[in-house]
Design a binder for this molecule. Structure first.
Ligand code: 5AD
Ligand code: SF4
Length: 474
């Protein structure tokens, strides 16, 4: 059994990061495991997890499993989990509770836990003690070892726990089965070294490690050949891309430029930390038409006192300076953010500063959260002085402001003609298609299905808080 260890996960050494290219092996024995069997993956959390699930799918298909969207029909169920807030935990344990009974009718059903929760000591202890009926647990550092882990479980017939807590390497040449034929996630870096005091990610995802630019650019070129229109460069903190290279001066602005030059129609990137956002980066975004005018720039709080306690390393003033610079230099840019309310020590005045900042920035939209203590992080030891009721009230009043400006930003687009990548049939009305503008606004469009997968000009006819309506304007 290899259990996670937070003390190890916290370590950062100067050891060079290895790029490993021949680690992914599917043995003949593993290839037999999935014949005539179906798998189901439940994914929680961020885009990184969505993309990891695309890797898990490809690995399982290399083992000859076929996908099912119905967990009751599956022979293998994997939960790819998120640890960022307590409610993500609750959802996972809730789902495990719901599927336990399936074992009675399907004794050979395999159930496994993957993702960030697997990297948490307390979660793995809970699985070992209370979920003995489960089959395997693997983490974020060894997804590519899934064939071996499954074989080990089958040979031992015991709960197989295989979680590494090292800083992590870069594993290349593992396949992905992408969910979309038009837009693709591309990892550019893994892990995070920022250690914001509330955040579990640096423990569950390891040290910051950037992929080689050549590997990223080649992946994008390959995606263009396959007909992809859009790539999203993924990392916990993409602006710090390249800072971990030894003897190589190549940063996010260089990468953005090289990816833009491949000619892919749209390039996005998430997530940015205000701290590493350079002027050069802003210039590159402004210069290339195919770099989307959309920046997700988490602020977390409008109070410099709270930002300091959060370990964010910027002040309200420096955030606003950066924010205004982007607005000025990147025309028609949409900027969204993340905000946490009820962080330990957040007084009424601190929260009011957050409201003031939201009023001032007029974000295009925002993800807002109630602070959730994560075991093992520094903030979890701080005195939590805000009642849950008060936190909920703060969340509501913040959301009122966020929603007001989201609607206002959308209202401004009515009557305009904007390009939209139409991706699928709309969830709300099957006579419509849905897609996103380059500024990441969801648009429902009256259009024939032949437009799916195309970037088309759309005239915006109506604005709601979270979406727009439009019609094709050729
Ligand atoms: N509690 C609440 N929100 C959190 N986030 C990260 N950690 C926590 C936590 N412990 C939020 C941050 C981050 C987003 C992905 O999740 O706002 O930007
Ligand atoms: Fe977490 Fe901060 Fe790293 Fe983002 S930058 S993943 S909030 S530690």
């Amino acid at each position: 059994m290899l259990k996670p260890n937070f003390k190890e996960a916290k370590k950062r050494t100067k050891a060079e990061i290895k790029v490993l290219r021949d680690e992914y092996i599917v043995s003949d024995e593993a290839k037999k495991l999935g014949i005539n069997k179906k798998y189901f993956i439940k994914t929680y959390g961020c885009q990184m997890n969505e993309h990891d699930s695309e890797m898990i799918s490809a690995i399982l298909e290399d083992m000859n499993y076929t996908k099912t969207d119905d967990y009751e029909d599956a022979d293998l169920i994997i939960l790819n989990t998120c640890a960022i807030r307590e409610n993500a935990h609750n959802k996972t344990f809730g789902f495990l509770g719901r599927i336990k009974h399936l074992r009675q009718t399907k004794p050979n059903l395999l159930v496994g836990l993957a993702g960030c929760m697997s990297q948490e000591e307390s979660v793995v202890e809970e699985i070992i003690n209370k979920y003995k009926w489960m089959d395997f647990v693997f983490g974020t550092h060894n997804i590519h070892k899934l064939p071996e882990i499954l074989l080990d479980h089958i040979n031992s017939n015991k709960l197989e726990v295989n979680v590494l807590s090292n800083e992590g390497n870069i594993i290349e040449d593992v396949p992905f089965k992408r969910d979309s034929k038009y837009k693709a996630w591309v990892n550019i870096m893994f892990g995070c070294d920022k250690f914001c005091t509330y955040c579990i990610v640096p423990y569950t995802r390891g040290k910051q490690r950037s992929r080689m630019p050549e590997d990223i650019v080649n992946e994008v070129k390959e995606l263009i050949n396959q007909g992809y229109k859009e790539v999203t460069l993924l990392g916990q903190n993409v602006n710090a891309y390249g800072k971990d290279f030894i003897n190589r001066d190549y940063k996010m602005e260089n990468l953005l430029e090289d990816v833009a030059k491949t000619g892919i129609e749209r390039v996005r990137f998430v997530t940015s930390h205000p701290w590493d956002f350079t002027d050069n980066m802003i210039d590159v975004i402004a210069k290339y038409d195919n770099i989307c005018n959309y920046i997700h720039l988490p602020v977390q709080s409008g109070s410099s006192k709270i930002l300091k306690l959060m370990g964010r390393r910027y002040t309200k003033e420096s955030y606003l300076k950066l924010y205004n610079k982007i607005r000025e230099k990147v025309k028609n840019c949409s900027i969204t953010t993340d905000i946490i309310v009820g962080f330990p020590g957040e007084e009424k005045e601190d929260f009011e500063e957050t409201l003031k900042l939201a009023e001032e920035c007029k974000f295009d939209s925002a993800f807002t959260f109630i602070y959730s203590p994560r075991e093992g992080t520094p903030a979890a030891k701080m005195k939590d002085n805000v009642s849950l009721k008060e936190k909920e009230n703060r969340l509501h009043s913040l959301n009122d402001i966020i929603n007001k400006y989201a609607k206002e930003a959308n209202d401004k687009l009515v009557g305009k003609v904007i390009s939209v990548l139409l991706e699928n049939v709309s969830e709300k009305d099957d006579s419509m298609l849905a897609g996103y503008t380059d500024t990441m606004k969801l648009v429902n469009v009256k259009a024939d299905k032949k437009y799916i997968g195309k970037i088309v000009n759309v005239k915006i006819t109506d604005a709601k808080t979270w979406s727009l309506d439009g019609e094709i304007n050729e």
